[in-house]
Design a protein around this ligand. Structure first.
Ligand SMILES: Nc1ncnc2c1ncn2[C@@H]1O[C@H](COP(=O)(O)OP(=O)(O)OP(=O)(O)O)[C@@H](O)[C@H]1O
Ligand SMILES: C=C(C)CCOP(=O)(O)O
Length: 401
Protein backbone atom coordinates (compact mmCIF):
# COMPACT_ATOMS: atom_id res chain seq x y z
CA UNK A 1 0.00 0.00 0.00
CA UNK A 2 2.71 2.43 1.04
CA UNK A 3 4.79 1.26 -1.92
CA UNK A 4 1.85 1.95 -4.27
CA UNK A 5 1.42 5.39 -2.78
CA UNK A 6 5.13 5.99 -3.28
CA UNK A 7 4.86 4.97 -6.96
CA UNK A 8 1.91 7.29 -7.46
CA UNK A 9 3.65 10.28 -6.03
CA UNK A 10 7.02 9.63 -7.69
CA UNK A 11 7.98 12.32 -10.16
CA UNK A 12 11.16 12.45 -12.21
CA UNK A 13 12.48 15.71 -10.88
CA UNK A 14 12.64 15.22 -7.10
CA UNK A 15 13.96 11.70 -7.45
CA UNK A 16 17.21 13.08 -8.80
CA UNK A 17 17.58 16.02 -6.52
CA UNK A 18 17.88 14.63 -2.98
CA UNK A 19 21.42 13.84 -1.94
CA UNK A 20 20.93 12.47 1.54
CA UNK A 21 18.17 11.59 3.97
CA UNK A 22 19.52 11.51 7.50
CA UNK A 23 17.99 10.16 10.68
CA UNK A 24 19.13 11.88 13.83
CA UNK A 25 18.52 8.99 16.19
CA UNK A 26 16.65 9.81 19.35
CA UNK A 27 19.38 7.97 21.22
CA UNK A 28 21.92 10.38 19.73
CA UNK A 29 20.29 13.75 20.25
CA UNK A 30 18.54 13.21 23.57
CA UNK A 31 19.58 11.74 26.87
CA UNK A 32 17.45 8.62 26.64
CA UNK A 33 17.61 7.97 30.37
CA UNK A 34 16.27 11.40 31.34
CA UNK A 35 12.75 12.55 30.45
CA UNK A 36 12.69 15.30 27.79
CA UNK A 37 16.36 16.09 27.98
CA UNK A 38 18.31 17.15 24.87
CA UNK A 39 21.92 16.07 24.57
CA UNK A 40 23.16 19.54 23.60
CA UNK A 41 26.68 18.46 22.69
CA UNK A 42 25.54 15.71 20.40
CA UNK A 43 22.87 17.84 18.78
CA UNK A 44 25.35 20.66 18.23
CA UNK A 45 27.89 18.33 16.71
CA UNK A 46 25.31 16.66 14.43
CA UNK A 47 24.15 20.09 13.21
CA UNK A 48 27.74 21.26 12.64
CA UNK A 49 28.52 18.13 10.64
CA UNK A 50 25.38 18.56 8.59
CA UNK A 51 26.47 22.08 7.72
CA UNK A 52 29.91 20.83 6.78
CA UNK A 53 28.43 18.14 4.56
CA UNK A 54 26.17 20.69 2.85
CA UNK A 55 28.85 23.33 2.53
CA UNK A 56 29.72 24.16 -1.07
CA UNK A 57 33.10 25.63 -0.16
CA UNK A 58 34.43 22.54 1.63
CA UNK A 59 36.73 24.87 3.51
CA UNK A 60 36.96 22.78 6.68
CA UNK A 61 37.98 24.97 9.59
CA UNK A 62 38.30 28.18 7.58
CA UNK A 63 36.19 31.13 8.74
CA UNK A 64 33.04 31.56 6.67
CA UNK A 65 30.04 33.82 6.97
CA UNK A 66 26.98 32.15 8.41
CA UNK A 67 23.51 33.62 8.41
CA UNK A 68 21.74 32.71 11.64
CA UNK A 69 18.04 32.12 10.97
CA UNK A 70 16.61 31.73 14.42
CA UNK A 71 15.42 35.26 14.95
CA UNK A 72 13.21 34.49 17.92
CA UNK A 73 14.02 35.33 21.48
CA UNK A 74 14.75 32.39 23.68
CA UNK A 75 13.39 32.36 27.21
CA UNK A 76 15.84 34.30 29.35
CA UNK A 77 17.29 36.40 26.52
CA UNK A 78 17.45 40.02 27.56
CA UNK A 79 17.67 41.62 24.12
CA UNK A 80 15.84 41.30 20.82
CA UNK A 81 17.89 39.71 18.05
CA UNK A 82 19.54 42.36 15.89
CA UNK A 83 18.94 41.68 12.20
CA UNK A 84 21.27 43.40 9.75
CA UNK A 85 18.78 43.23 6.86
CA UNK A 86 20.87 45.37 4.53
CA UNK A 87 23.91 43.14 4.89
CA UNK A 88 21.84 40.01 4.48
CA UNK A 89 20.27 41.38 1.28
CA UNK A 90 23.76 41.79 -0.10
CA UNK A 91 24.77 38.20 0.57
CA UNK A 92 25.37 36.20 -2.62
CA UNK A 93 23.66 33.12 -1.16
CA UNK A 94 23.95 30.66 1.68
CA UNK A 95 26.81 28.70 0.14
CA UNK A 96 25.00 25.49 0.97
CA UNK A 97 23.83 22.53 -1.06
CA UNK A 98 20.55 22.10 0.77
CA UNK A 99 19.24 18.93 -0.86
CA UNK A 100 19.08 17.03 2.42
CA UNK A 101 16.09 15.83 4.43
CA UNK A 102 16.42 15.44 8.18
CA UNK A 103 14.21 13.06 10.15
CA UNK A 104 14.65 12.71 13.87
CA UNK A 105 13.48 10.18 16.40
CA UNK A 106 11.85 10.91 19.71
CA UNK A 107 14.43 9.58 22.18
CA UNK A 108 13.43 10.74 25.64
CA UNK A 109 10.63 12.88 24.13
CA UNK A 110 7.35 11.23 23.13
CA UNK A 111 8.15 7.54 23.73
CA UNK A 112 7.45 7.91 27.43
CA UNK A 113 4.06 9.61 26.95
CA UNK A 114 3.13 7.11 24.23
CA UNK A 115 4.04 4.00 26.18
CA UNK A 116 2.38 5.22 29.40
CA UNK A 117 -0.92 5.82 27.63
CA UNK A 118 -0.71 3.07 24.98
CA UNK A 119 -1.06 5.43 22.00
CA UNK A 120 0.87 2.93 19.85
CA UNK A 121 -1.84 0.31 20.47
CA UNK A 122 -4.69 2.64 19.50
CA UNK A 123 -8.19 3.13 20.94
CA UNK A 124 -8.99 6.84 20.97
CA UNK A 125 -12.30 6.16 22.82
CA UNK A 126 -10.12 5.77 25.90
CA UNK A 127 -9.53 9.08 27.63
CA UNK A 128 -6.05 7.95 28.59
CA UNK A 129 -5.11 7.25 24.97
CA UNK A 130 -6.61 10.53 23.79
CA UNK A 131 -4.71 12.48 26.44
CA UNK A 132 -1.56 10.48 25.70
CA UNK A 133 -1.88 11.29 21.99
CA UNK A 134 -1.94 15.00 22.80
CA UNK A 135 0.90 14.64 25.32
CA UNK A 136 3.03 12.67 22.85
CA UNK A 137 2.60 15.29 20.16
CA UNK A 138 3.36 18.17 22.52
CA UNK A 139 6.55 16.40 23.56
CA UNK A 140 7.82 15.37 20.14
CA UNK A 141 6.93 18.63 18.40
CA UNK A 142 8.76 20.59 21.08
CA UNK A 143 11.85 18.48 20.32
CA UNK A 144 11.31 19.15 16.62
CA UNK A 145 11.30 22.87 17.26
CA UNK A 146 14.54 22.66 19.23
CA UNK A 147 16.19 20.74 16.39
CA UNK A 148 14.98 23.18 13.76
CA UNK A 149 16.36 26.02 15.89
CA UNK A 150 19.67 24.22 16.40
CA UNK A 151 20.04 23.78 12.63
CA UNK A 152 19.02 27.35 11.86
CA UNK A 153 20.64 29.16 14.70
CA UNK A 154 23.25 31.81 14.82
CA UNK A 155 24.12 32.04 18.45
CA UNK A 156 21.49 30.17 20.42
CA UNK A 157 22.16 27.60 23.11
CA UNK A 158 25.72 28.55 23.75
CA UNK A 159 27.76 28.94 26.86
CA UNK A 160 28.51 32.48 25.72
CA UNK A 161 24.89 33.32 25.00
CA UNK A 162 24.19 35.36 28.14
CA UNK A 163 27.25 37.48 27.44
CA UNK A 164 26.39 37.97 23.78
CA UNK A 165 22.75 38.69 24.52
CA UNK A 166 23.78 41.42 26.90
CA UNK A 167 25.41 43.28 24.01
CA UNK A 168 22.61 42.37 21.61
CA UNK A 169 22.91 39.26 19.45
CA UNK A 170 23.55 39.63 15.79
CA UNK A 171 22.20 37.37 13.08
CA UNK A 172 25.17 37.39 10.72
CA UNK A 173 28.17 35.69 12.12
CA UNK A 174 31.51 34.43 11.04
CA UNK A 175 32.00 30.74 11.47
CA UNK A 176 35.24 29.81 13.14
CA UNK A 177 36.73 26.45 14.01
CA UNK A 178 34.85 25.06 16.99
CA UNK A 179 36.08 26.41 20.27
CA UNK A 180 36.94 29.95 19.23
CA UNK A 181 35.10 33.23 19.32
CA UNK A 182 35.92 36.73 18.26
CA UNK A 183 34.38 40.10 17.26
CA UNK A 184 33.98 40.68 13.52
CA UNK A 185 32.60 43.54 11.46
CA UNK A 186 29.06 42.34 10.82
CA UNK A 187 28.37 40.61 14.04
CA UNK A 188 29.84 38.32 16.57
CA UNK A 189 32.21 35.65 15.39
CA UNK A 190 30.92 32.47 16.81
CA UNK A 191 31.60 28.80 16.66
CA UNK A 192 28.11 27.25 16.99
CA UNK A 193 26.47 28.64 13.91
CA UNK A 194 24.83 26.44 11.35
CA UNK A 195 22.49 28.73 9.39
CA UNK A 196 20.73 25.80 7.72
CA UNK A 197 17.36 26.85 6.22
CA UNK A 198 15.45 24.20 8.12
CA UNK A 199 11.66 23.95 8.31
CA UNK A 200 9.84 21.67 10.73
CA UNK A 201 7.18 19.35 9.31
CA UNK A 202 5.01 17.04 11.34
CA UNK A 203 3.66 13.88 9.64
CA UNK A 204 0.39 14.16 11.62
CA UNK A 205 -0.16 17.73 10.46
CA UNK A 206 0.77 16.79 6.87
CA UNK A 207 -2.02 14.17 6.96
CA UNK A 208 0.11 11.02 7.19
CA UNK A 209 -1.98 8.08 8.42
CA UNK A 210 -1.54 4.36 9.00
CA UNK A 211 -3.68 1.23 8.71
CA UNK A 212 -2.90 -1.41 11.33
CA UNK A 213 0.37 0.49 11.97
CA UNK A 214 1.46 0.34 8.33
CA UNK A 215 1.75 3.60 6.43
CA UNK A 216 -1.52 4.17 4.55
CA UNK A 217 -1.34 7.73 3.25
CA UNK A 218 1.43 10.24 3.19
CA UNK A 219 1.15 13.62 1.61
CA UNK A 220 4.65 14.56 0.58
CA UNK A 221 3.86 17.45 -1.76
CA UNK A 222 4.78 19.99 0.92
CA UNK A 223 8.10 18.24 1.52
CA UNK A 224 8.97 18.16 -2.18
CA UNK A 225 7.94 21.78 -2.72
CA UNK A 226 10.00 22.85 0.28
CA UNK A 227 13.04 21.02 -1.08
CA UNK A 228 12.61 22.73 -4.42
CA UNK A 229 12.35 26.07 -2.67
CA UNK A 230 15.72 25.44 -1.02
CA UNK A 231 14.57 24.49 2.47
CA UNK A 232 15.72 21.50 4.48
CA UNK A 233 12.61 19.68 5.73
CA UNK A 234 12.92 18.40 9.29
CA UNK A 235 10.41 15.62 10.03
CA UNK A 236 10.01 13.45 13.08
CA UNK A 237 8.46 10.26 14.39
CA UNK A 238 4.90 11.20 15.34
CA UNK A 239 1.58 10.11 16.79
CA UNK A 240 -0.80 9.64 13.83
CA UNK A 241 -4.35 8.51 13.06
CA UNK A 242 -4.78 4.84 12.13
CA UNK A 243 -7.67 3.61 9.96
CA UNK A 244 -8.23 0.47 12.05
CA UNK A 245 -6.72 1.24 15.47
CA UNK A 246 -7.76 4.95 15.63
CA UNK A 247 -4.19 5.98 16.32
CA UNK A 248 -0.64 4.72 16.63
CA UNK A 249 2.99 5.84 16.63
CA UNK A 250 4.79 6.25 13.32
CA UNK A 251 8.54 5.79 13.66
CA UNK A 252 11.07 8.11 12.06
CA UNK A 253 12.68 4.96 10.62
CA UNK A 254 9.49 4.19 8.65
CA UNK A 255 9.28 7.81 7.48
CA UNK A 256 12.86 7.58 6.19
CA UNK A 257 12.15 4.37 4.31
CA UNK A 258 9.07 5.86 2.69
CA UNK A 259 10.87 9.06 1.67
CA UNK A 260 13.76 7.02 0.29
CA UNK A 261 11.36 4.94 -1.84
CA UNK A 262 9.79 8.11 -3.12
CA UNK A 263 12.77 10.40 -3.62
CA UNK A 264 15.66 7.99 -4.32
CA UNK A 265 18.38 9.86 -2.44
CA UNK A 266 22.02 9.02 -3.21
CA UNK A 267 22.44 7.59 0.28
CA UNK A 268 20.73 7.38 3.67
CA UNK A 269 22.46 7.90 7.01
CA UNK A 270 21.29 6.75 10.44
CA UNK A 271 23.16 8.43 13.27
CA UNK A 272 23.18 6.37 16.46
CA UNK A 273 25.11 7.04 19.58
CA UNK A 274 26.26 6.03 22.97
CA UNK A 275 25.15 5.55 25.61
CA UNK A 276 23.54 2.25 25.02
CA UNK A 277 21.12 1.54 27.77
CA UNK A 278 20.63 -1.96 29.03
CA UNK A 279 17.37 -2.47 30.89
CA UNK A 280 15.82 0.73 29.63
CA UNK A 281 13.30 3.10 31.14
CA UNK A 282 13.69 6.44 32.76
CA UNK A 283 15.75 6.89 35.83
CA UNK A 284 13.08 5.91 38.30
CA UNK A 285 12.32 2.63 36.53
CA UNK A 286 15.83 1.71 35.64
CA UNK A 287 17.47 -0.98 37.69
CA UNK A 288 20.60 -1.51 35.72
CA UNK A 289 22.52 0.91 33.53
CA UNK A 290 25.26 -0.11 31.27
CA UNK A 291 26.94 2.33 28.93
CA UNK A 292 28.77 1.36 25.81
CA UNK A 293 29.75 2.91 22.50
CA UNK A 294 27.42 2.04 19.63
CA UNK A 295 29.10 2.42 16.22
CA UNK A 296 26.50 0.63 14.13
CA UNK A 297 24.75 -2.72 14.05
CA UNK A 298 26.24 -5.55 16.11
CA UNK A 299 25.68 -9.29 15.97
CA UNK A 300 24.09 -8.97 19.43
CA UNK A 301 23.17 -6.08 21.78
CA UNK A 302 26.35 -3.98 22.06
CA UNK A 303 26.16 -4.18 25.85
CA UNK A 304 26.94 -7.90 25.63
CA UNK A 305 30.55 -9.02 25.89
CA UNK A 306 32.26 -9.80 22.57
CA UNK A 307 29.56 -8.11 20.49
CA UNK A 308 30.93 -7.77 16.95
CA UNK A 309 30.35 -4.68 14.81
CA UNK A 310 28.87 -5.73 11.47
CA UNK A 311 30.63 -3.64 8.85
CA UNK A 312 28.80 -4.68 5.72
CA UNK A 313 25.40 -6.27 5.20
CA UNK A 314 24.09 -7.19 1.76
CA UNK A 315 20.43 -7.37 0.79
CA UNK A 316 19.40 -9.49 -2.18
CA UNK A 317 16.54 -8.92 -4.59
CA UNK A 318 14.13 -10.89 -2.42
CA UNK A 319 14.98 -8.77 0.60
CA UNK A 320 17.07 -11.47 2.31
CA UNK A 321 20.14 -10.07 3.96
CA UNK A 322 23.48 -11.57 4.83
CA UNK A 323 26.53 -10.40 6.74
CA UNK A 324 29.44 -9.86 4.36
CA UNK A 325 31.99 -8.28 6.72
CA UNK A 326 33.35 -9.45 9.04
CA UNK A 327 33.13 -13.12 8.24
CA UNK A 328 31.67 -14.47 11.46
CA UNK A 329 32.29 -17.86 12.96
CA UNK A 330 29.67 -20.42 11.96
CA UNK A 331 28.02 -20.35 15.38
CA UNK A 332 27.63 -16.58 15.42
CA UNK A 333 26.46 -16.43 11.84
CA UNK A 334 23.64 -18.86 12.48
CA UNK A 335 22.23 -16.53 15.06
CA UNK A 336 22.10 -13.56 12.66
CA UNK A 337 21.58 -10.34 14.58
CA UNK A 338 20.22 -10.34 18.12
CA UNK A 339 18.50 -7.19 19.23
CA UNK A 340 17.30 -5.86 22.55
CA UNK A 341 14.52 -3.26 22.61
CA UNK A 342 13.86 -0.86 25.48
CA UNK A 343 10.63 -1.51 27.34
CA UNK A 344 9.32 2.04 26.81
CA UNK A 345 10.21 2.03 23.10
CA UNK A 346 6.94 2.14 21.16
CA UNK A 347 8.41 1.69 17.68
CA UNK A 348 10.66 -1.38 17.79
CA UNK A 349 14.12 0.15 18.32
CA UNK A 350 17.07 -1.19 16.33
CA UNK A 351 14.97 -4.00 14.85
CA UNK A 352 12.74 -1.54 12.98
CA UNK A 353 15.82 0.37 11.87
CA UNK A 354 17.48 -2.69 10.32
CA UNK A 355 14.29 -3.89 8.62
CA UNK A 356 13.60 -0.46 7.11
CA UNK A 357 17.27 -0.05 6.15
CA UNK A 358 17.13 -3.36 4.29
CA UNK A 359 14.12 -2.17 2.27
CA UNK A 360 16.03 0.99 1.33
CA UNK A 361 19.19 -0.95 0.40
CA UNK A 362 17.17 -3.28 -1.81
CA UNK A 363 16.35 -0.24 -3.95
CA UNK A 364 20.07 0.22 -4.60
CA UNK A 365 20.46 3.05 -2.09
CA UNK A 366 23.37 2.62 0.33
CA UNK A 367 22.53 2.97 4.00
CA UNK A 368 25.18 4.00 6.54
CA UNK A 369 24.56 3.43 10.25
CA UNK A 370 27.22 5.06 12.39
CA UNK A 371 27.92 6.87 15.62
CA UNK A 372 27.06 10.58 15.66
CA UNK A 373 29.69 13.19 16.39
CA UNK A 374 32.65 11.28 14.95
CA UNK A 375 34.79 11.50 11.80
CA UNK A 376 32.84 8.47 10.65
CA UNK A 377 29.51 10.29 10.84
CA UNK A 378 30.94 13.26 8.94
CA UNK A 379 32.19 10.94 6.21
CA UNK A 380 28.80 9.22 6.08
CA UNK A 381 27.00 12.56 5.74
CA UNK A 382 29.34 13.48 2.90
CA UNK A 383 28.72 10.09 1.27
CA UNK A 384 32.43 9.31 1.53
CA UNK A 385 32.29 5.73 2.82
CA UNK A 386 34.17 2.70 1.63
CA UNK A 387 34.24 -0.75 3.15
CA UNK A 388 37.40 -1.69 1.26
CA UNK A 389 39.49 -0.35 4.11
CA UNK A 390 38.99 -0.69 7.87
CA UNK A 391 39.24 3.04 8.59
CA UNK A 392 35.49 3.74 8.49
CA UNK A 393 33.64 2.58 11.58
CA UNK A 394 29.98 1.77 11.13
CA UNK A 395 27.62 -0.51 9.24
CA UNK A 396 26.97 -0.26 5.52
CA UNK A 397 23.79 -1.93 4.29
CA UNK A 398 23.71 -2.23 0.51
CA UNK A 399 22.18 -4.17 -2.33
CA UNK A 400 23.96 -7.34 -3.46
CA UNK A 401 23.34 -6.39 -7.09
N1 LIG B 1 22.33 -5.76 17.70
C1 LIG B 1 22.33 -4.46 18.00
N2 LIG B 1 23.17 -3.63 17.34
C2 LIG B 1 23.17 -2.29 17.62
N3 LIG B 1 22.40 -1.70 18.55
C3 LIG B 1 21.56 -2.49 19.24
C4 LIG B 1 21.47 -3.89 19.01
N4 LIG B 1 20.55 -4.40 19.85
C5 LIG B 1 20.10 -3.38 20.59
N5 LIG B 1 20.68 -2.23 20.24
C6 LIG B 1 20.38 -0.93 20.86
O1 LIG B 1 19.65 -0.12 19.93
C7 LIG B 1 19.91 1.24 20.25
C8 LIG B 1 19.58 2.08 19.06
O2 LIG B 1 18.21 1.92 18.78
P1 LIG B 1 17.19 3.08 19.11
O3 LIG B 1 15.87 2.74 18.53
O4 LIG B 1 17.25 3.45 20.55
O5 LIG B 1 17.86 4.23 18.28
P2 LIG B 1 17.34 5.60 17.82
O6 LIG B 1 16.83 5.51 16.44
O7 LIG B 1 18.47 6.53 18.03
O8 LIG B 1 16.16 5.96 18.83
P3 LIG B 1 14.74 6.63 18.52
O9 LIG B 1 13.81 5.52 18.13
O10 LIG B 1 14.37 7.28 19.79
O11 LIG B 1 14.97 7.59 17.40
C9 LIG B 1 21.37 1.28 20.62
O12 LIG B 1 21.62 2.29 21.56
C10 LIG B 1 21.62 -0.12 21.19
O13 LIG B 1 21.69 -0.12 22.59
C1 LIG C 1 6.26 9.96 19.06
C2 LIG C 1 7.12 9.04 18.99
C3 LIG C 1 7.28 8.19 20.14
C4 LIG C 1 7.90 8.88 17.73
C5 LIG C 1 8.84 7.73 17.66
O1 LIG C 1 9.73 7.86 16.57
P1 LIG C 1 11.12 7.09 16.61
O2 LIG C 1 11.85 7.52 17.81
O3 LIG C 1 11.80 7.49 15.33
O4 LIG C 1 10.83 5.62 16.58
Amino acid sequence: MAEEAAQEQRSPDPTRSVRCIVKLGGAAITNKGELESINENNLRSACAQLRQAMSESNSDGAPEKVLGMDWSRKRGDSADPAVDAEWITGMAGLGLETNFIVVHGAGSFGHFQASRSGVHKGGLHSTLVKAGFVATRISVTSLNQEIVRALARGIQNSLLCPLLCAVGPSIVITRLPVGTSDEKNHGTAYSFAEGIPSVGMSPFACGWTTKQRKLASSNTSQIIQSLHAGFVPVLHGDAVLDELLDCTILSGDVIIRHLAQLLSPKYVVFLVLLPSLLCCGFKSFCHLWKMTDVHGVYDRPPTEPDAVLLREIEVDEDGRWSIVKPVLLQGNNNKGVEISVASHDTTGGMETKILEAAVIARLGIDVYITKAGTDHSLRALKGDVSTDTEDWLGTVIRSSR
